[in-house]
Design a protein around this ligand. Sequence first.
Ligand code: GLN
Length: 600
Amino acid sequence: MKYVLVTGGVVSGLGKGVTASSIGVILKACGLRVTSIKIDPYLNTDAGTMSPFEHGEVFVLDDGGEVDLDLGNYERFLDIKLTRDNNITTGKIYQSVIDKERRGDYLGKTVQVVPHITDAIQDWIERVAMIPVDGKEGPADVCVIELGGTIGDIESMPFIEALGQFSYRVGPGNFCLIHVSLVPVLNVVGEQVLEENVKAKLAQFCHIPAENIVTLHDVPNIWHIPLLLRDQKAHEAILKELNLLGHLLCGYVDIATSGPTISASIFNLSICSVARKPALELWTARTKVCDMLHDPVRIAMVGKYTGLSDSYLSVLKALLHASVACHRKLIVEWVAAGDLEDATAIEAPDVYKAAWDLLKGADGVLVPGGFGDRGVQGKILAAKYARENKVPFLGICLGMQIAVIEFARSVLGMCDTNSTEFDPETSHPCVVFMPEGSKTHMGATMRLGSRRTYFKVPDCKSAKLYGNASFVDERHRHRYEVNPDMVSQLENAGLSFVGRDETGRRMEIVELPSHPYFIGVQFHPEFKSRPGKPSAVFLGLIGAACGHLEAVLKYGHASKLLTKGLSNGKPMVKIHQNGNLKPSNGSLNGVYSNGNGVHY
Ligand code: GLN
């Protein structure tokens, strides 16, 4: 196993997570199997109890781990599935050491930061790096470790010490340190690209070769970052540190003559995968398509935390993946749910009008997940607007619950119906607390992680979007659910609970068959959306919002659109196996063609 450690300096928010995932992408493109670990030096055991307003979204893994949003970047960029243990926190490490101490495992010794905490960190990394995350058997070749925070933070010191020791533990040729730092550029016009003399100075002061210094300037979209790394040969510098460059060079020769895959036995290598020239054709093609999109699709995001877009990071990414697949430029209109409420009309009429104008100008409405009652009435009004005006609607988790509340109020006439989360005394609880939840402990007590949903009604939009599957596994994070005792009443009035859990008593997907696209899901489909593999229900929303739902349903399943993109309901651009973009529609001739083919 080889390790790449990514640390950060000067300030946080530099894009260290994106850089680390991009390093993973380029190493993967070199034919290596890549896993990753994120270290968060805070004391929380996991991100589950942290406010998305402060820390960005809580990302949920298949195993129910509630983790830092950077793990979402790794999963999306590398198309892998991580485990809760791939996110290390100070809380987890100390808890494991204190548990051991209580069991008497330290045999009377004084338990100290060095060596006990530092050993626990190293053991954890070694153990977790071996877990396969790409669906294949056996451990990956390279583990990218990202250390959160910046060098100099008090709380990251035990990790720095542990990782320093770790570089000796794994030995030379197996460890590569990458430091991401801010280089301020004063009074410049244009891009902040490092000049040679600055590189020379940095090289001298940091004791590294100048060719190991890479500039990552601002780019139109983050998919460019792996390409910037490749263009500056960052992969060669990393592979050299990891003693894999010789293999890469062998690969160069063979790729040209006998195709991209080289059997490890030919070169008698000690690792199972062989580093080859980075194959980033599809990635490059998708990045270019994304840059060139011009026809907009406007989605109103009606949520609570509208001030920090990271609070909804995966939802935004899922919208982007679906928009790129439909060849539309995504425009997200942030609508603070509270601004749609009657109280705002009185207190701040301008704010109220602006919020309603945004909602009414949108091609589709999305109500994401959430907790607590702030803004709930505004979300209900947004769902009502979308339902009555036949505007495409997707409700996620809380978004599904409020859609059910709205329907019960407006269509069944149950004015006081509510979720017991917001009104424990309601006489018609249409959303109720799940029996297995805990009301006293907040951390890891929700219904979490991957659960199966069975399609009860095969002839529905969501089943078609999921490729006519009979079931689908998606990730969950909730405490409340639709009251099973009210389901038949709601169904008789026209709402259809098309997806349910294995007992048939837990509602997972709700649709309004009489509406062009009105879907609510109890799970969070955003966590499994990938660039090039958009989530089915997001694809449905965007397809419907640009008037192409029929075509999306016809081409079926999300993954088929990967190579098809849609324009006026017809496949627009085909991304060929070699990454060349060929317009299949005469009117677009040349626009997406990259004449010379792609790099490599
Ligand atoms: N608050 C709701 C529940 O706990 C919805 C949760 C969510 O949207 N993630 O069920």
